[in-house]
Ligand binder design. Structure first.
Ligand code: ATR
Length: 272
């Protein structure tokens, strides 16, 4: 039986063991996937020990995504761009390869699960932290008309935009500077974790806009409530992204892509 795990702090509420165990059953793969609580200063040691004991692959979550990027010997191009990774793969030669499947997960949920077209669209992303860094390359590869990154700390949004501006039209600003309608608005701030909402001007969304919160919860998130009040009809939360990034990691590790719909439905039902 091959060993996999997710490392984070905190980790108790992680849904990854449940998701990957369901994927393994579905694809008839023999593996064991566990959640590991790692001390904030003990990431490298925990990873080294896990791989020494024969572990095949890891998922990495808050606060270790940058540590994981630093730890790895090799990086996919999207991981190299993001400088933060959620997936480590121990290869046969012992080298550890890093990938970031968050962006692909977001894209698959938007485009495959919900039929949202991004090409030539005007996209607004709220936040400029690790979560946003991880999704910019896959988003820009869809050739949107424009991506605007708005953040509380304006300099961070501008610096992030600069890091990706060779891939497409992307700019950074503060919330108050936002204007005009957007086709797609993605919340990548951690504000809604604590029930807060960035100070957004009115008029950014209307009935045709798709709003996506990378966070998820049993109740409608504060960001999606705001979006609905602004007239948005389609408001999605990040549970689909969670399942899709897991499917992408599973495919990298096992060479087989699991179907996600039933797993997502079961998770959604269990949230209520
Ligand atoms: P993550 O890995 O989840 O992205 P992060 O790197 O700490 O976490 O980034 C958190 C993001 O949420 C940042 O963009 C942060 O804004 P700042 O860069 O100005 O700190 C944003 N954020 C957190 N709390 C917020 C709040 N109450 N209002 C608006 N933005 C908030």
């Amino acid at each position: 039986t091959d060993l996999y795990a997710v490392m984070g702090n905190p980790i108790a509420h992680s849904k990854s063991p449940q998701i990957h165990t369901a994927f393994a059953e579905q694809t008839e793969q023999s593996l064991l996937y566990s959640a590991m609580l790692v001390p904030t200063d003990g990431f490298d040691e925990a990873v080294s020990q896990f791989f020494r004991r024969g572990g095949k692959g890891l998922n990495v979550t808050v606060p270790f995504k940058q540590d994981a990027w630093r730890y790895a010997d090799e990086h996919s191009t999207r991981a190299q761009r993001a400088q933060a990774v959620n997936t480590l793969i121990r290869q046969d030669d012992g080298q550890v390869l890093a990938d970031n499947t968050d962006g692909v997960g977001l894209l698959r949920d938007l485009t495959d699960n919900h039929g949202v077209e991004l090409r030539h669209k005007r996209i607004l992303i709220l936040g400029a932290g690790g979560a946003v860094r991880g999704v910019l390359q896959p988003l820009l590869e869809q050739q949107p008309a424009e991506v605007v990154i708005a953040n509380r700390t304006v300099a961070k949004a501008q610096a992030l935009a600069h890091d990706f501006d060779d891939l497409g039209r992307v700019s950074g600003c503060g919330f108050e500077a936002l204007s005009g309608l957007f086709d797609v608005v993605i919340n990548g701030t951690s504000a809604s974790l604590v029930g807060e909402l960035p100070p957004l001007p009115a008029g950014l969304v209307d009935g045709h806009s798709v709003c996506y919160d990378m966070m998820y919860s049993a109740e409608t998130t504060v960001f999606n409530l705001w979006a609905q009040q602004q007239g948005a009809v389609i408001t999605l939360d990040g549970l689909g992204m969670l399942v899709e990034q897991a499917a992408e990691a599973f495919a990298l590790w096992r060479g087989v892509r699991p179907a996600t719909r039933d797993v997502l439905e079961a998770l959604r039902a269990a949230l209520k």
